[in-house]
Design a protein around this ligand. Structure first.
Ligand code: R5P
Length: 319
């Protein structure tokens, strides 16, 4: 017998095929059903989605959650198409070319919530040069118009959505990352590789009761970063570097070099979003002793579930 959450019994968690495993975990935590939306690509690369007709009643009877990333670019389009397919069903707009099933039903009202494990375009959170657009805001403005609220996991800079006019909850997987590090690494010291990661990394340090410090980073270009020299008390210590995301791996590799120069015994890296672009994993393999990420993005190092964090946000959003 399923346990009712939020006063609803059959509330479904929907996803495309790439978010299926996470949606199943989330549905399990929330005591809900999971439904996979069919999604594929046409030969020219355009996306196609279709909600299975046997789930229409379920989608119309309770509020629903859609789990979907805004990454890569095709993920943004897929998220929009899936939200609109769900909205059509809830609006009762079921007219179809073949005239199959009911054509029009009553609008069942608002109740479509979006859970975004990895929010793509998060790092363009400012107009760094004239003429740029603030991409992180553009994404939220599009999605905010077609859902009734969203939960975003470890958004690079939540301030960028300060002025949004729809409900949004920011959640973090740092508690689950701290638990994993405690079980598998047992670090002495947590390092934030730049000022932007201080809040997250220091949260991990305080959960585990570990020492903490941070570096100051300058990004020269997408592939080159520099850290300001700083004395760190890491001689003979096990250190974990904690960040929100790893892309090229440059930030982690340079921070690890600084730690090793200062006598760290071993160095690990942990983050929420493991993008691992352009050979990052093999670069990291020669700099750190292990890498841990959540499953917000599929990658060979995703060992921490992001479902508990998303569930926390959804409970807050819907309560
Ligand atoms: C930037 O401030 C982020 O928090 C990460 O530190 C950054 O995106 C990591 O990128 P990369 O792995 O390419 O150095």
């Amino acid at each position: 017998m399923k346990e009712a959450q939020f006063g609803f019994l059959y509330m479904p968690v929907l996803s495309g095929s790439s978010g299926r495993d996470l949606a199943i975990s989330l549905a399990g935590i929330l005591g809900m059903n999971s439904i996979v939306i069919e999604s594929r690509k046409f030969p020219d690369g355009e996306g196609y989605v279709r909600v299975p007709s046997e789930s229409f009643d379920e989608i119309r009877s309770e509020p629903v959650i859609l789990v979907s990333n805004t990454f890569p670019d095709s993920g943004i389009m897929r998220t929009i198409l899936m939200l609109e397919a769900i909205n059509d069903i809830r609006r009762g707009d079921l007219e179809n070319y073949k005239g199959e099933g009911e054509q029009r039903l009553e609008h069942v009202g608002p109740g479509v919530f979006l859970a975004i494990p990895y929010y793509g375009y998060a790092r363009q959170d400012k107009r760094f040069s004239p003429g740029e657009t603030i991409s992180a805001r553009v994404i939220s403005e599009i999605l905010g118009k077609i859902c009734d609220g969203m939960v975003i996991l470890d958004l690079h800079e939540p301030k960028v959505l300060d002025d949004c006019d729809f409900p949004v909850k920011f959640v973090s997987s740092m508690p689950e990352i701290a638990e994993r590090l405690k079980d598998e690494v047992d670090p002495d010291f947590i390092l934030s590789p730049d000022k932007g990661a201080i809040d997250r990394a220091s949260e991990v340090a305080s959960i585990g009761g570990w020492e903490f410090s941070y570096l100051e980073k300058t990004r020269i270009d997408a592939h080159t970063i520099e850290h300001q020299a700083k004395d760190l008390d890491v001689e003979d210590k096990v250190v974990a570097i904690v960040d929100d995301m790893i892309s090229t791996g440059g930030t982690i590799c340079r921070a690890s070099d600084a730690l090793r120069r200062q006598g760290a015994k071993s160095v690990y890296a942990a983050c929420t979003h493991g993008l691992f672009t352009g050979g990052a994993l093999s670069r990291l393999a020669s700099h750190v002793d292990g890498v841990y990420t959540t499953d917000s993005l599929r990658n060979p190092r995703s060992v921490v579930s992001s479902a508990p964090a998303l569930a926390r946000g959804l409970r807050e959003l819907m309560d």
